[in-house]
Ligand binder design. Sequence first.
Ligand code: FE
Ligand code: FE
Ligand code: ZN
Length: 284
Amino acid sequence: MLYIGSHVSFTKNSQLLGSLEEALSYGANTFMFYTGAPQNTNRSNIDYNLTQEAIKLMKSNNIDISKVIVHAPYIINLCNPEKFDFSVKFLTEEVKRVSDLGVKYLVLHPGSHVGLGVEKGISNIILGLKKVFESTSCNVTILLETMAGKGTEIGRNLEEIKTIIDSVNNERLGVCLDTCHLHDAGYDLTKFDEFLNEFDNIIGIDKIKCIHINDSKNVIGSHKDRHENIGFGKIGFDTLLNVIYNDKLVDIPKILETPYVDDKPPYKYEIEMIKNKRFTKYNN
Ligand code: FE
Ligand code: FE
Ligand code: ZN
């Protein structure tokens, strides 16, 4: 079954219920949100009643909460020694919030080594993740996102992700692919079956639990990380469709993180195009 949705907002007053309602308005059957602003770590407590209401509304709309995704704020950086303790503490609290919401998956950018070097950066990530898993016992799985390799980002190739996964060695650790990031990192998505074989050999395909579907504003290998609307970028509609409908990834939730067009979310149109398997130039 196709699970397709987008990034949606999450506000203090409507929480999971508001996120769900926004997703439903796009014709989505899954969604992803930050539990507050992505660029800061101010978070409010999860409201039990709103969560229960959301779960009820999910049931009546056949939304499977195990396909819903939370994204950790991107200022979390386990690599950076100056931010390490704060990042571990925040991530631990975030895992608990995700668990309170009944959500199973938390996407995390591995981090940026900020000049320390890849090796040191990776060993800090491993240490941080181990601490987070040790101090939480819920069944929330952290998904390391594949990155574009902008600046000093870790996770720009499968080998770096593999090193982290092997060393942490916890079944609560998986992977989130991002098509824009893979393309910008230098992976050729027109040969996606070859990529999946490579992924399977290095990490294991069963580790993929979420895929971010984005076109890219830049050419392959650019390391820029600028998302583009589906079909308007350098990856292209057919190549993205081929990822979305790949028969090895049928039950994996696919999440759009494409930019707003004229200050409006494009997700209703993009989801429709994906369901129809047909690219139509749209304007809101
Ligand atoms: Fe991300
Ligand atoms: Fe992403
Ligand atoms: Zn990105």
